[in-house]
Ligand binder design. Structure first.
Ligand code: AMP
Ligand code: GLY
Length: 434
C-alpha cells in the first residue's frame, strides 16, 4: 500500500467521526473502522468499515490483525470499549492502542475508585465524598448531611446516572431514586456550584499535551433545564480559556491533569478532565479516559498537528509533538430525536444540507441508513460545528447549517449564543463575589 499506514478506529459516534477526519487529514493514514452502527461519515473516510460492536474484544483483535487491516496502531473512542479491555487485548496482540488499559480506565469507569485515587494521591480539586454499598446507609447519609450532595452510581451510565440534590432533585427524590435503582455502589459527594468546563490532554510516556477548554451542555433543554444527556453541544474560544474563566483558572485545571498523569505514569490516550469552576477555583467533577463527545468535535477540527504523528510518538516512546491549533472559536450543536433522552422517537428523516453548510463541519453520530436516506435512531443523530474568528460567528454558522433540519429533531439553539455566554460570565462573577 505504498506509504500508507493502517490505523484502526473503534467506535461509531460523532466523536469518532471527528477522529476519523483528523486521522485521514494525514495522507499517510489508511483508516479502518469498526462499530456496531454504521456511521456513514466514518465509512466514507475508511478503506473498510466493519460492523463489530466496540465491546467485542476478540472480534476486534481478529479484525485488527488480519488482512486487509493488519494494523499496528489503533484508537478507541468510547469508554465501553476501554472498560471491556479492548486496549489491553489489542496491545497484547501487537497493535499499539491509544487508549488506556481497563485497569487504568477505572479513573472513568469506577467513580468510587476515581475519588479514592484522587484522595490517596493528594490530587487537588477533589470534593468531599463517601462511598456506599448499602442503599439505606446512603439515604441516612443524605439525611445527616447539611449541605447538598451529588448522587452518583459508581459505574458507567452514559452521563445520565447522576442526580444533584438542590439542582435536579430534592433530598426525598434522591432517596427514592436510590431505592428504585439497583446500583451496587454509590458515591455521594459535595455539590459543587459554578460553571462547568472540560480540558482534554493527549497523554503518553508520562507526558501530556493540553488542548483548549470547552464548555459542554449536558441538560436536554434550553436554559440548562431538563434531564442530563450525553451532551447537546459545546463551544470553545479563540484562546485556551473560556469567556468566564481567567488564564490562571485554566492553568490550575491543567495542574490537576498534570498531577493525575504523574500519579498514573503508564497512562496512554486522551485524559479528559471535567471541572467545575467554583469560588475556590477548578474542582474535579470527573475524569474520562477518552475524548469527550461532543468535545472531540471542537478540538480536532482546529488541531493543526497530525493526530497520526501524536499517536506514533506515543507508540515509539518518543516525546509527544508540541500541539498547534488554528486559534479559531468553535460551536458544536447536536441534532437529536424529539423526546431524547427520556422517550426518543426514531425514524425521522434527516436532511443535512452539506452543500450550503460549507463553512461548517458535519459529524454523523447514530443514524439509520435506509435506501432513501438517513433516519434517526433513539440516540443523538448528527452534529454541526461552526469554526470562525469568534464564538458568535461560529454560532451563527452552526445555526445556518441547521436551518434545514426537519421536524422531529431537536437542537439546543442557545448553545454558544451571546446571551447564554453573558449569563455564564454573570453567574461566575456572582459566585466569585460570594
Ligand atoms: P458525570 O456523569 O460525573 O459527568 O456527572 C454528570 C453531571 O452531573 C455533571 O456534568 C454535572 O453537571 C453534574 N455533577 C456531577 N458531580 C457533581 C458535583 N459534585 N456537584 C455538582 N454537579 C455535579
Ligand atoms: N461530553 C461528555 C462526555 O463525553 O462524557
Amino acid at each position: 500500500m505504498g506509504n500508507t499506514e493502517s490505523v484502526l478506529l473503534i467506535g461509531g459516534g460523532g466523536r469518532e467521526h471527528a477522529i476519523a477526519q483528523a486521522l485521514t487529514a494525514d495522507a499517510r493514514c489508511r483508516l479502518y473502522a469498526c462499530a456496531e452502527n454504521r456511521n456513514p461519515g466514518i465509512a466514507a473516510l475508511s478503506a473498510d468499515f466493519n460492523s463489530i460492536s466496540a465491546t467485542s474484544v476478540d472480534a476486534i483483535v481478529e479484525y485488527a490483525t488480519t488482512d486487509p487491516v493488519d494494523a499496528d496502531l489503533a484508537i478507541i473512542g468510547p469508554e465501553s470499549a476501554l472498560e471491556a479491555g479492548v486496549a489491553d487485548a489489542l496491545d497484547a496482540a501487537g497493535v499499539y492502542t491509544f487508549g488506556p488499559t481497563a485497569e487504568t480506565a477505572r479513573i472513568e469507569t469506577d467513580k468510587a475508585f476515581q475519588r479514592q485515587f484522587m484522595q490517596s494521591e493528594s490530587i487537588p480539586g477533589c470534593p468531599d465524598f463517601a462511598v456506599f454499598e448499602e442503599i439505606e446507609a446512603a439515604c441516612a447519609y443524605i439525611d445527616e448531611t447539611e449541605h447538598d450532595l451529588a448522587v452518583k452510581p459508581a459505574g458507567l451510565t452514559g452521563g445520565k446516572g447522576v442526580r444533584v440534590i438542590g439542582d435536579q432533585v430534592t433530598e426525598s427524590e434522591a432517596k427514592s431514586y436510590l431505592r428504585e435503582s439497583e446500583y451496587e455502589q454509590i458515591v455521594l459527594e459535595e455539590r459543587l456550584v459554578g460553571e462547568e468546563f472540560t480540558v482534554q490532554a493527549f497523554v503518553a510516556n508520562g507526558e501530556l499535551r493540553i488542548t483548549p477548554a470547552i464548555q459542554d451542555h449536558k441538560r436536554a433543554y434550553e436554559g440548562d433545564t431538563g434531564p442530563n444527556t450525553g451532551g447537546m453541544g459545546s463551544y470553545s474560544d479563540t484562546t485556551q480559556t473560556l469567556p468566564f474563566m481567567s488564564a490562571e483558572e485554566y492553568t490550575d485545571a491543567v495542574a490537576i491533569l498534570e498531577a493525575t498523569v504523574e500519579a498514573l505514569p503508564a497512562y496512554k490516550g486522551v485524559l479528559y478532565g471535567q471541572f467545575m469552576l467554583t469560588s475556590d477555583g477548578p474542582r474535579v467533577i470527573e475524569f474520562n479516559a477518552r475524548f469527550g463527545d461532543p468535545e472531540a468535535m471542537n478540538t480536532l477540527p482546529i488541531l493543526e498537528t497530525s493526530l497520526l504523528d501524536i499517536m506514533r510518538a506515543a507508540q515509539h516512546d518518543e516525546s509527544l509533538p508540541a500541539l498547534s491549533f488554528s486559534n479559531q472559536a468553535t460551536v458544536c450543536k447536536y441534532a437529536v430525536p424529539e423526546g431524547y433522552p427520556t422517550d426518543p422517537h426514531s425514524g425521522t428523516k434527516i436532511t443535512v444540507d452539506e452543500e450550503s453548510a460549507e463553512s461548517v463541519r458535519v459529524y454523523y453520530a447514530s443514524v439509520d441508513s435506509r435506501e432513501d436516506g438517513l433516519y434517526t435512531t433513539t440516540s443523538r443523530a448528527f452534529a454541526v460545528v461552526g469554526i470562525a474568528d469568534s464564538i458568535a460567528t461560529a454560532e451563527s454558522q452552526a445555526e445556518t447549517a441547521l436551518s434545514t433540519v426537519a421536524d422531529g429533531l431537536r437542537v439546543r439553539h442557545d448553545v454558544g449564543t451571546p446571551s447564554l455566554l453573558q449569563r455564564r460570565i454573570e453567574h461566575m462573577d456572582a459566585i466569585r463575589e460570594e
